[in-house]
Write a protein that binds this ligand. Structure first.
Ligand code: FAD
Length: 154
């Protein structure tokens, strides 16, 4: 039964209300995240899950305390594109940003193939996945981005 509803999430604001069909009765206490929800044009990635986790946590907490659901998903997603045996492009997106544009975590041009991005993908991301995402600690790169950009102006 629940899987029928999971196909029909329409809220890009990621209140994560799950509708049985558009404009039908809503189920305000059912939430979802990850590949099983459909929020086009955002991509289904583990990177998206990390950001959705923070939104979900915030909105669940709000719901339980009777507050409005204020957190919303930006459509963040990312994709490490391996371009050679030692280079990678880390593509990042915020799909619901208007106008849509790449959201770069690092204060340099990420469109360039880089060895550092290769090591990020090959050596750091597995750790981030197993020790961070799976255990619920990694909530996406937003805080890291703020720190890196703060230092980039020094
Ligand atoms: C080849 C490949 C490369 C990828 N590379 C990247 C990448 O570089 N970066 C990135 O961010 N994302 C990447 N992704 C996407 C990423 O793996 C997924 O977006 C992410 O795993 C989604 O997590 P999830 O928890 O929503 O779903 P899943 O990881 O699919 O977890 C769902 C779980 O539910 C279980 N399940 C299914 N049906 C049932 C059932 N009826 N009862 C009980 N359990 C069930 C499944 O066995 C599975 O363990 C890649 C995906 C693929 C396929």
């Amino acid at each position: 039964m629940l899987t029928d509803y999971l196909y029909n999430i329409k809220s890009k604001h990621y209140e994560t209300r799950i509708n049985k069909s558009p404009n039908s009765h809503r189920f305000p206490n059912i939430f979802g995240l990850g590949d099983c929800i459909s929020l086009p044009p955002a991509n289904k990635t583990a990177a998206a899950v990390s950001v959705q986790t923070a939104v979900l946590k915030s909105n669940l907490t709000s719901l339980m305390s009777g507050s409005p659901l204020s957190a919303s998903y930006t459509g963040y997603s990312s994709c490490p594109l391996i371009t050679s045996s030692k280079t990678c492009i880390l593509a990042e997106f915020d799909y619901f940003q208007t106008p849509p544009k790449p959201t770069e975590t690092f204060p340099f041009n990420q469109a360039k193939e880089r060895r550092s991005m290769y090591h990020l993908k090959a050596d750091i991301m597995p750790l981030l996945y197993w020790q961070g995402l799976v255990k619920g600690y990694w909530r996406g790169p937003e805080n890291l981005r703020k720190i890196l950009y703060a230092f980039s102006f020094l």
